[in-house]
Design a protein around this ligand. Structure first.
Ligand code: NAG
Ligand code: NAG
Ligand code: NAG
Length: 264
């Protein structure tokens, strides 16, 4: 039994500067921020006509304002509230920012104009993805592991489309580990995402010719995810056309950890 393990790929740097936005105007909104990143929370349409408003978490009144005047902001060193568009921008998010927040608004007679809550969840972004593959009698077992991310969700594609049950001996398109049937080959991508990031790794599945011999396929390419990181809305890459992967077939069982570090 010549099982060979190929150690692969692939990572992108998304760990700092991640920015997310959330519409908190609806009561009970669920918002996400990246650990160390920035979140833009829209608390109201505009504060310019609201006589008094305050935004607090369970223990602290964070922001107090009146129309265009900000009376106090206890996190002013890392945040900016813009009354004209009702947006609170908070930088350098930490896990302490997790939790429920409440907005209260009052008119000049100090009558309650309404209250609403939002829930902020700060997650560590997925920082890299590693594919480990193993050929055995033509079948390919591939394991997709991610580094850094909270609540990672996995998704596999082959040549730009979802894997089908017919192609899988074990696992499904949302498994961390899958085994492909012997006659299945193509460009295999594992995407790992959570609410604040989306990172993927890829390899060419080609165990078919190995017949249990010492051979594995190693490919290094630019990262190609279905969706770029949160801040970039320029393109949606559906199929992997941008990357021109250089394929290298190595007939040894060495371990290669090469990969590229591409920041968006
Ligand atoms: C996937 O495979 C890896 C490495 O073989 C293992 O550590 C991990 O527990 C597996 N995960 C699942 C969900 O089976
Ligand atoms: C692959 O293995 C099968 C059974 O183990 C054998 O019959 C076949 O000849 C082998 N093919 C090659 C190309 O070595
Ligand atoms: C394959 O690897 C060899 C040596 O490791 C290198 O010289 C060659 O350029 C590589 N080919 C490709 C297509 O990357």
């Amino acid at each position: 039994m010549g099982a060979v393990v190929g150690l692969l790929l692939l990572l992108i740097g998304v760990s700092h500067g991640l920015e997310t936005s959330c519409d908190g105007r609806k009561n009970g909104a669920q918002c996400y921020g990246a650990l160390g990143g920035t979140v833009n929370l829209q608390l109201m349409d505009s504060a310019s006509e609201i006589f008094r408003y305050e935004w607090s978490n369970k223990s602290t009144i964070i922001l107090i304002g009146s129309k265009n005047n900000i009376r106090s902001n206890v996190i002013s060193s890392r945040s900016v509230f813009t009354p004209s568009n009702g947006t609170f921008r908070i930088n350098d998010l930490s896990r302490n920012d997790n939790g429920e927040y409440k907005l209260k608004m009052e008119n000049a007679d100090l009558e309650n104009l309404g209250e609403r809550t939002l829930h902020l969840s700060v997650q560590a972004p997925v920082s890299s993805v590693l594919l480990v593959s193993e050929c055995l009698q033509g079948e390919m077992r591939v394991s997709c592991s991610s580094v850094g991310g909270d609540h990672p969700q996995y998704n596999w594609t082959l040549d730009g489309r979802e894997l089908t049950d017919d192609e899988l001996l074990s696992g499904n398109t949302e498994s961390e580990n899958i085994t492909l049937k012997a006659d299945v080959s193509g460009y295999l991508v594992c995407s790992v995402r959570n609410d604040v990031s989306d990172v993927c790794g890829s390899t060419i599945n080609n165990c078919t010719s190995s017949n249990g011999t010492q051979k594995w396929v190693h490919e290094s390419s630019d990262t190609v995810c279905n969706k770029p990181t949160t801040t970039s809305t320029t393109s949606t890459v559906g199929k992997e056309t941008s990357a021109t992967p250089s394929t290298n077939i190595t007939s040894s069982n060495q371990t290669d950890t090469s990969g590229r570090d591409d920041s968006w």
